[in-house]
Design a protein around this ligand. Structure first.
Ligand code: ADP
Length: 269
């Protein structure tokens, strides 16, 4: 019997380029940032850059920045990119929406590319070079999407883990290959505790929205993460902390997690 032919059209894979680079209007007027107050302290802070051309990015990263619609760096990017590229630890105070994510992702990706990071591949234990921590699934997912965008077309594979997605699925995604592990504190500890993620290759630890993590009661988890077996000491990793505010408990954490000569950057406060 001849019925109408049913043509199955699969949904576009999430890895499709157009969805990776789809950007929606942010409502942020970046020009108004030009006269924002910036305070940099610490010994020998590297000079700020004025354009993405000065960021020393390789061809594929430059292309991805352009495709993302970024024309000129925001203040936290102008200052943060050279600080991170110079290998310095950073405590940055900047609001959500100020462009922090690219400020840390671009120099990290550039370093991984320049050092020829091994292409990620399936393994029962993954050894990411980068761990990024944020307090909520929305925030960490945003960071992950930015990482996927900037890493597009490179051999660097970002993966995201957070509570609420199926653990089995999460673990399979991680085991497929993982250079940049993005996660909420609890899920990260869980996956490390299960022995699926080793820390021997870790070079960068990024703690985003640190003040919110404290507000949400994640300080013990963060301390546990930093003290995890195999976690490189602060001398042997580069640690980047971001926070909208700088209360005493964040200052204490900065003192505990960052090298003594860290750079303090405050944007618009
Ligand atoms: P934060 O991490 O500080 O919360 P994001 O990095 O997410 O902020 O940036 C907020 C929004 O602005 C995102 O949609 C991001 O893609 C966009 N954005 C960031 N930097 C730039 C830039 N230099 N030019 C254009 N858009 C940018």
């Amino acid at each position: 019997p001849k019925g109408p032919k049913v043509v199955y059209v699969p949904p576009p894979p999430p890895e499709e380029e157009s969805s990776i680079f789809s950007h929606y209007a942010t409502g942020i007027n970046f020009d108004k940032y030009d006269d924002i107050l910036v305070d940099v302290s610490g010994s020998n802070p590297p000079k700020a850059i004025m354009t993405f051309d000065e960021a020393g990015l390789c061809e594929s990263l430059r292309k991805n920045v352009t495709k993302s619609g970024y024309v000129k760096p925001t203040p936290v990017q102008k200052h943060g990119i050279p600080i991170i590229s110079a290998g310095r630890d950073l405590m940055a105070c900047a609001q959500t929406g100020s462009g922090k994510t690219a400020a840390f992702l671009l120099p990290i990706l550039q370093r991984l590319m320049a050092d020829g990071v091994a292409a990620s591949k399936f393994s029962e234990v993954q050894e990411p070079e980068v761990i990024i921590v944020a307090p909520t699934r929305e925030l960490i997912n945003q960071i992950y999407l930015e990482a996927r965008k900037f890493a597009y077309g490179t051999c660097v594979r970002p993966v995201v883990v957070y509570g609420g997605i199926n653990t089995g699925y999460t673990i399979r995604e991680v085991l497929k290959g993982c250079n940049i592990l993005c996660g909420t504190p609890g899920r990260l500890l869980d996956i490390i505790g299960r022995g699926k993620v080793g820390l021997s290759k870790l070079r960068y630890l990024v703690l985003d929205e640190a003040d919110r993590m404290l507000d949400m009661g994640f300080e013990p988890d963060m301390r546990k993460l930093v003290g995890s077996p195999g976690m490189p000491s602060k001398e042997d990793r580069q640690t980047l902390m971001f926070s909208a505010t700088y209360p005493e408990d964040i200052q204490r954490m900065a003192a505990d997690f960052l090298k003594v000569d860290y750079i303090f950057l405050a944007v618009g406060v």
